[in-house]
Design a protein around this ligand. Structure first.
Ligand code: C5P
Length: 276
């Protein structure tokens, strides 16, 4: 079977002070978008894993393999499978690409072997794979808290045209948390509720605790934003801990046009939409 693994953006991302477990409490309104990886999973004579479209480890370090192994530990179903991952979501971008792949593998294996893992069990397995993985089990738009693994019900917001763009340089999540610790800039969530309750427009409520730091250390972030604003963006913000940026556009034509101009300037850029 072939399944899609969609990327996410963070409409809001508020980070609190580091806890004793080494993680930071977050409050983040995550939104699934249509930029996606493709994953094919089939029963096979022996285990196999292939990656195309990116230079990623095709070994146990890959989150797809970790998800396959977590499924086996949880269910005791050890039948060999062949997994083929076609990457389109950029790496070290804050788009949750690896996390989304992991969630898609868990769900696909559960379907393939009729394992009947329920939603709550799935969330628990996902949380062992990474803070962002549980969000992708249900996707859509959800408020994620704790270290990011506690996911709310799904909220239905208006469909929005988005451009996602990234330069060559990626940003490492642990490193970005370290820089935020040094800055001491922690604030509590004052925007997600307004978006969920539709008392404020999405474009007027965007926030990301990492945004200023990313602009300071990664020149492409400000450069991409400038091009986005010059070409019709209503607002633009960092994705997760970066280095990708998303811009909000009033319609598909202006989003497609901006993506085209960003590509002409040498950036990765895709026009996409929010997914319910
Ligand atoms: O959970 P995940 O493996 O995706 O996290 C990667 C790293 O990001 C963690 O090891 C930690 O350094 C940092 N992190 C954090 N607080 C969070 C989520 C991640 O400090 N809420």
């Amino acid at each position: 079977m072939t399944v899609f693994a969609n990327a996410k953006i963070n409409l809001t991302l508020f980070v609190g002070q580091k806890q004793n477990d080494g993680y930071h409490p977050v409050s983040t309104l995550m939104q699934e978008v249509s930029l996606r990886d493709l994953i094919n999973i089939e029963r096979a004579d022996k285990d196999a894993f292939f990656v195309s479209g990116a230079n990623l480890p095709a070994d146990g370090k890959n989150l797809c393999i970790k998800a396959r192994d977590a499924f086996r530990t949880h269910t005791g179903i050890n039948d060999p499978v062949s997994i083929t991952l076609e990457k389109h979501i950029p790496h070290m971008a804050g788009l949750g690409g690896g996390s989304s792949d992991a969630a898609a593998v868990l769900k696909a294996l559960s379907d393939l072997f009729d394992a009947g893992i329920n939603y709550d069990e799935m969330l628990d397995i996902a949380a062992t794979l990474g803070s962002d993985v549980p969000f992708f089990i249900g996707g859509g738009c959800r408020l994620c808290t704790g270290r990011g693994e506690r996911v709310s019900q799904k909220y239905s917001l208006e469909k929005t045209n988005i451009v996602i763009a990234k330069g060559e340089a990626g940003l490492s999540t642990p490193e970005m948390y370290g820089r935020l610790d040094a800055s001491g800039n922690f604030i509590s969530d004052n925007a997600s509720f307004a978006i969920i309750t539709k008392t404020k427009n999405i474009k007027d409520a965007l926030y990301n605790s990492f945004d200023d730091i990313a602009e300071a250390i990664c020149p492409d972030v400000a450069k991409i934003k400038r091009i986005m604003f010059l070409n019709g963006a209503q607002n633009a913000m960092l994705c997760g801990s970066g280095s990708a940026v998303f811009g909000i556009y009033p319609d598909a034509v202006s989003a497609d046009n901006a993506a085209c101009i960003l590509r002409e300037n040498g950036f990765f850029a895709e026009s996409c939409v929010t997914v319910d």
